[in-house]
Design a protein around this ligand. Structure first.
Ligand code: COA
Length: 323
């Protein structure tokens, strides 16, 4: 069976925060942030907007674009997020209820790669006959867990959500490969406390999102290179076959390093980190929706996704676009 993306939708909160806005309360500058990350602005959830709210809006956008029938036969909902509304219930159950779906529901928490991880779970569930169609959402209200006095993390992240219906697609279309990886020896480089005060090795867990930028940068460049080539190879393709590379939007320099390694021109790379910052699990579906809106994807195009983040973890996938 061929399994791919049948419908997509996205949402970002209306409030925008520019680099200049940070200059008023942090020792930073527009120039520093742009030169180190490529980020110019990011969207910020309103006080009463949460990960569930953003997920609802992304699904509403999906319905607006593809009609209510896009959700027909959806019997599983997975919300990939690092900022669930609550530890329990799952944010996915709130989505199930909101849209009256006759579906199982769970959250998947695995750093920024969560959405690609969840898509791989959806793919496998459908192939195994466990589910017919799966609603896979990446949704984040990251700005609610930031330490706004920490200039090395606060300026990097933004809020948003993307939603996709994964299901059977016609011959010639669909996912061709998945690569999932993790290296928990780097757990302390990107971490935030929940119920335990320490990691198993005794490293204290911080109260807010903490990141060792330099270490994560090196890790990201390394795994973006290996995971992309592995996913392309597993798909039976070469990098030249990739019509559009849609990488995790964390840092323009990291994207550039991966692009160079793949030997792809910028015309074949989707970039919107400048306007959204790092929206973690929402990053790839947001970029994918924008690429579609810009007319940059045609049926039959080979798309390459790659993402990295807390865990440390990574994921890559090749999809032949079309349904
Ligand atoms: N404004 C101004 N200066 C800042 C700053 C900011 N917003 N944030 C950090 N700095 C300072 C640091 O404190 C450091 O100062 P010091 O040398 O006096 O200690 C200096 O800038 C240089 O820090 P460095 O870490 O060498 O900068 P960098 O070029 O590595 O860029 C990051 C920092 C965070 C942008 C970069 O490491 C990065 O993008 N890492 C990966 C992050 C990522 O992708 N995370 C996503 C995980 S899903």
């Amino acid at each position: 069976m061929n399994v791919g993306i049948r419908a997509l939708g996205a949402y970002t909160p209306s409030k925008i925060m520019t680099n200049e806005d940070f200059e008023s309360f942090l020792e930073t500058s527009d120039e520093w942030i742009i030169s180190r990350t490529g980020i110019k602005e990011r969207h910020i959830a309103a006080e009463d907007e949460y990960t569930s709210t953003l997920a609802f809006r992304a699904v509403e956008d999906l319905i607006k674009r593809h009609g209510q029938q896009a959700l027909e036969d959806v019997d599983l909902v997975i919300v990939a997020t690092n900022t669930p509304d609550a530890l329990f219930p799952a944010t996915a159950a709130l989505v199930q209820n909101r849209f009256g779906l006759n579906a199982g529901a769970y959250d998947l928490l695995s750093g920024c790669p969560g959405w690609v991880y969840a898509v791989s779970q959806a793919y496998a569930s459908i192939q195994a006959g466990v589910a017919n169609k799966v609603l896979v959402i990446g949704s984040e209200a990251l700005t609610k867990i930031m330490d706004w006095n920490d200039r090395s993390t606060a300026v990097l992240f933004g809020d948003g959500a993307g939603a996709a219906v994964i299901g059977p697609v016609k011959d010639g279309y669909g996912f061709r490969s998945f690569v999932l990886g993790a290296d928990g020896s780097g757990a302390k480089e990107l971490a935030m406390r929940c119920t335990a005060p320490n990691l198993p090795d005794g490293t204290p867990l911080p109260q807010n999102a903490f990141m060792n930028g330099r270490e994560v940068f090196k890790f990201a460049v390394r795994v973006m290179n290996t995971a992309t080539l592995e996913a392309v190879d597993k798909a039976g393709l070469t990098p030249e076959d990739i019509e559009l590379f849609v990488p995790h939007q964390a840092n323009l320099r990291i994207i550039d390093a991966a692009r160079e390694r793949l030997g792809l021109p910028w015309e074949r790379v989707m970039v919107n980190v400048d306007r959204y910052g790092n929206t973690s699990t929402a990053s790839i579906p947001l970029a994918l929706q924008e690429a579609l809106d810009l007319g940059r994807i045609q049926p039959g195009d080979h798309l390459l996704f790659v993402t990295f983040g807390a865990g440390l973890s990574w994921a890559a996938s090749v999809l032949t676009w079309g349904s």
